[in-house]
Design a protein around this ligand. Structure first.
Ligand code: PLP
Length: 434
């Protein structure tokens, strides 16, 4: 286990003096798996290199945006060219419309959209809009779904179903949290009960159509269709948070794959190609309520800035080439199968959930279909697995409850090396934690 870490350790110590916990986003801190984070110096394709010169096959891919892998030449070339023209103007540019068209063509439910700077902002704004459009205050979300860090959405399950929302974070006023009701993912009855207990007061149901923030959990057959029917019959809006799944599962996202049309869609990650971008959009009659068309205020100094638009355009254009999603699917399926076999050989009980090129290896025996079945996973085993993988040059998301992301830069040899590493790692985990 002789990985050099001196520089990462030193840089982390310095960072700890500047930032809470030494990081600018909590998931980076390795808290869930123990130890300190690696400081990354550079990356290319499927590989990242840390400050000590260690190289890894990367399955974080910046948590989703880098579906083309790191430093894709096409994205970098476009960015270099764009930089010469200036970085932001605070005035409309052609690039905003170009990227918007690429998105609309892939996702016909989006008639109009608005660019923002993060997924958090997209979701927050879409719910403000949903509330304004319906004249209602309450929103239903699902336990374990993450929709960014805005106040009203830092709420998961209380016990039982139609519970009064309890804030997940201090600092969230209970008066906000009270308007967020929590249902169980893949349990349409839990949604139905909340609707019946809150007649004419639910503005929207927001959902990750495929969950990726409690580990990957695909929707059971009929779940999204039932959400569509329920929201319609109660006069509420259906909001798909496709910040991860948009252009990940298919160009048209989960809504294309499962053929369910939401009223509003939130996007982020891939559409920014590695730069900060979010977007929300949907039905024109709803979107027309946004200022300056309508009275719902939402603005942004750097929204739609030409550099971010450039990276997004280059990424979506590269994704439009034939065979991209087929190849991602093929490699991801091979990896999933390899991980399952590696676990079986070592008699480690696991479930590998996958949707397209995102997957999670859960250390649990039973199927994982909602938050409750996810959190019973053995996080001690996961942490050991994570460390053994890292020492063999495989950089996994440092939490049991995150997705592994594949990119088009991951080659067959990467997958093979990963499966071999998993075989050894799972053997070590099993002998350590027997
Ligand atoms: C990442 C994510 C967000 C938040 O996006 P940020 O750009 O991190 O603010 C929202 N929803 C989902 C489903 C996400 O995965």
């Amino acid at each position: 286990m002789g990985m050099k870490r001196q520089r990462s350790e030193k840089l982390f110590k310095e960072a700890e003096r500047c930032f809470p916990g030494g990081v600018n986003s909590p998931v980076r801190a390795f808290k869930a798996v123990g130890g300190h984070p690696l400081f990354i110096k550079r990356a290319s394709g499927s590989r990242i290199c840390d400050e000590d010169g260690n190289e890894f096959i990367d399955y974080v891919c910046s948590w989703g945006p880098l579906i083309l892998g790191h430093a894709h030449p096409r994205v970098l070339d476009a960015l270099r060219e764009a930089l010469e023209y200036g970085t932001t103007f605070g005035a409309p540019t052609e690039k905003e419309t170009t990227l918007a068209m690429l998105i609309r063509n892939a996702m016909p439910s989006i008639e109009e959209l608005r660019f923002v700077n993060s997924g958090t902002e997209a979701v927050m704004s879409s719910l403000r809009l949903a509330r304004a459009f319906t004249g209602r205050d309450k929103v239903i979300k699902f336990a374990g779904c993450y929709h960014g860090h805005s106040d009203g959405l830092l709420v998961k399950a209380g016990s039982g179903v139609a519970t009064i929302g309890l804030p997940d974070s201090p600092g969230v006023p209970s008066s906000y949290a009270r308007n967020t009701l929590t249902a169980r993912y893949n349990d349409i009855g839990s949604v139905d009960r909340i609707f019946n207990a809150n007649k004419n007061s639910i503005a929207a149901v927001i959902v990750e159509p495929v969950c990726a923030n409690m580990g990957v959990i695909p929707p059971d057959s009929g779940f999204l269709e039932s959400l569509r029917a329920l929201t319609e019959s109660h006069g509420s809006l259906l909001v798909f948070d496709e910040v991860i799944t948009g252009f990940r599962l298919a160009p048209g996202g989960a809504q294309a794959l499962y053929r369910v049309t939401p009223d509003l869609t939130c996007l982020g990650k891939i559409i920014g190609g590695g730069l900060p971008v979010g977007a929300y959009g949907g039905r024109k009659d709803i979107m027309d309520m946004i200022a300056p068309s309508g009275p719902v205020y939402q603005a942004g100094t750097l929204s739609g800035n030409p550099i971010a638009m450039t990276a997004g355009i280059a990424t979506l254009q590269a994704l439009a080439e034939t065979g991209v999603y087929e190849n991602l699917e093929k490699f991801a399926a091979t990896l999933q199968e390899g991980l399952c076999q590696a676990a079986a050989k070592n008699e480690v009980p696991v479930r590998v959930n996958r949707a397209g090129s995102i997957m999670t290896l859960f250390f649990t025996e039973s199927p994982v279909h909602d938050y409750e079945s996810a959190i019973v996973s053995d996080t001690r085993r996961f942490s050991a697995f994570f460390r053994h993988m890292l020492h063999q040059g495989i950089y996994l998301p440092p939490s049991q409850f995150e997705a592994m992301f594949l990119s088009t830069a991951h080659a067959e040899a990467d997958i093979g090396a990963t499966v071999n590493a998993a075989l050894a790692a799972l053997q070590a985990v099993q002998s350590e934690l027997r």
